[in-house]
Design a protein around this ligand. Sequence first.
Ligand code: FAD
Length: 588
Amino acid sequence: MAWTYEAPLRHMRFVLGQVLDAPAAWAACPAHAELDLDTACAVLEQGARFAAGRLQPLNASGDLGGCRLDEGGQVRTPEGFGRAYREFVEAGWPALAAEPRWGGQGLPLVLDACLREMLDACNHAWNMYPDLLHGAVETLAAHGSEELRQRYLPRLVSGEWLAAMALTEPQAGSDLGLLRTRAEPQADGSLRVRGSKIFISGGDHDLSDNIVHLVLCRLPDAAPGTRGLSLALVPKLLPDGSRNAMHCDSLEHKMGLRASATCAMRYEGATGWLIGEPGRGLAAMFVMMNSARLHVALQGLGHAEMAAQNALRHACERRQLRVPGPRANADAEADPIARHPAMRHALLALQAQVEAGRVMAARAALALDLAAHHPDPAVRAARQAEAALLTPLLKAGLTRLGFEGASAALQVFGGYGYVREYGIEQSVRDARIAMIYEGTNEIQAIDLVQRKLLGDGGAALRALLREFRAEAQECSGQPRLLAFARALQESCEQAEAALDALLARDDPRAVLALAQDAMDGLWWLLCAWAFAASARAALREPAEDPLWAEALLARMRYGVDWLLPRAALHWQRIRSQDLVLPEVQAAR
Ligand SMILES: Cc1cc2nc3c(=O)[nH]c(=O)nc-3n(C[C@H](O)[C@H](O)[C@H](O)COP(=O)(O)OP(=O)(O)OC[C@H]3O[C@@H](n4cnc5c(N)ncnc54)[C@H](O)[C@@H]3O)c2cc1C
């Protein structure tokens, strides 16, 4: 059975139009006031055609062929990747959400997020190359000198040149304070960058002539730790067209994502230029990393969607054993496995979380749009705080859904899932990395509790809870939504009690021991809201497509009844005063 993709355009339109009322947000922002839902969906339809038609057919072959380093030290991407990238650039996709000032189309990030989900679903490895462009553009636009911006932004925005993010070194992974790459200022204002980086995605390749590296490094006499880090722009090609002194020494051989070039890079006195203030490199880099974290969340969502729809197709065709009770087809020897309760659980749990996840991701992207473009500074600040809170939750929650969802889908395929030709085993391998890079999911949990929950005394979460309670209130007026209202109200109460319990703890180690529980509990809170908001929206317009709306409602109700109870364990642990986390002993 073929591994295929049908873009979830119907659901995307529903999320933008009915659940989030994105057109109202666009109307409030002068930058997007011209946009309407039909135009937005027409853009997504074209994106879906490119993803399914051009990228998906290259996914399995890219995995088989992988990347290679040729004798001249140039990285070669798999067959077909270059042509697909040229078409992507010619169609203007890299510029979709970039500022018109630099040649961008200025469309909202929420459309870009939907596009990225589709590209990732069809070919995560291919999308690794353009995925970093947006963050690099934002970092340069926010912190680069005027000269650097004029020189690099138009060609990055158009996609003519690509970007790489060079942080990791052998001894410095999660702890960037340990990194050693050095940069020496020159009389002409440039830097000479020396050092080795590992695991650099798209550090070298043949999709674009130039690759603009944003390299985290140390200036002479820099303070130790992260306070001493600076950010340098180091291009593969210098402004006069000559090669810079930087080389890809080797490519990693990886579990998955084999068509994405993961490079060990050597900078041998490479010429670069400072971005932002000396010693403020991490702050500048965080612009890129935050945008990249949302993109990584969308990788997880793309994998989960792809896995869910292919598992469903398989489960409807594959017949094994009989389901007890009345039969749909009395003559058939066996029923489709989609009718067996265990498989129904697997499929519904995945579908409900994918649909809730899409609502959450779109909400976060819309918050970023409002934070950038709303005329009222108070709205901008509130939406910025909301996006900051949602970023670690979505990065960790959706990447876990991507991997665990793909693994659950593999189980639906049975033994066929374990063999190559069915496609799902590649998804499981490819999806796994998203839980590790862009700050591991454990680092996201620390960011969540330390910065996003405790850092502002719980203000951002309480603001979100106010909006969620308003949704529960709306649902409580409708008999078919009472269960949603109750579940959301209860989730809000549990989350608030957990927040108070965390704020009351004076031992930071105790807070860290509960970071994963906070992450998991809040994931289910977000699901409770997304289930309720989706169900209410589905009931509002049943006349348009009643069967579709009823089926969606049933999946959201499944989420309330069968998934949300999982949160109780996490809330209970956070409130408990008796839990002790022992040290791990080196010898057992
Ligand atoms: C395919 C791939 C692509 C990549 N692309 C890039 C790229 O483009 N640019 C780039 O700079 N890097 C890139 N990376 C590197 C990636 O970001 C790092 O692997 C990641 O940050 C983790 O660092 P580490 O591997 O050194 O693990 P470590 O930091 O050694 O962590 C190991 C484990 O310990 C946990 N841990 C560490 N510290 C803590 C703590 N304080 N609390 C709780 N748990 C902790 C981690 O969560 C993890 O589970 C890539 C890696 C891969 C594999």
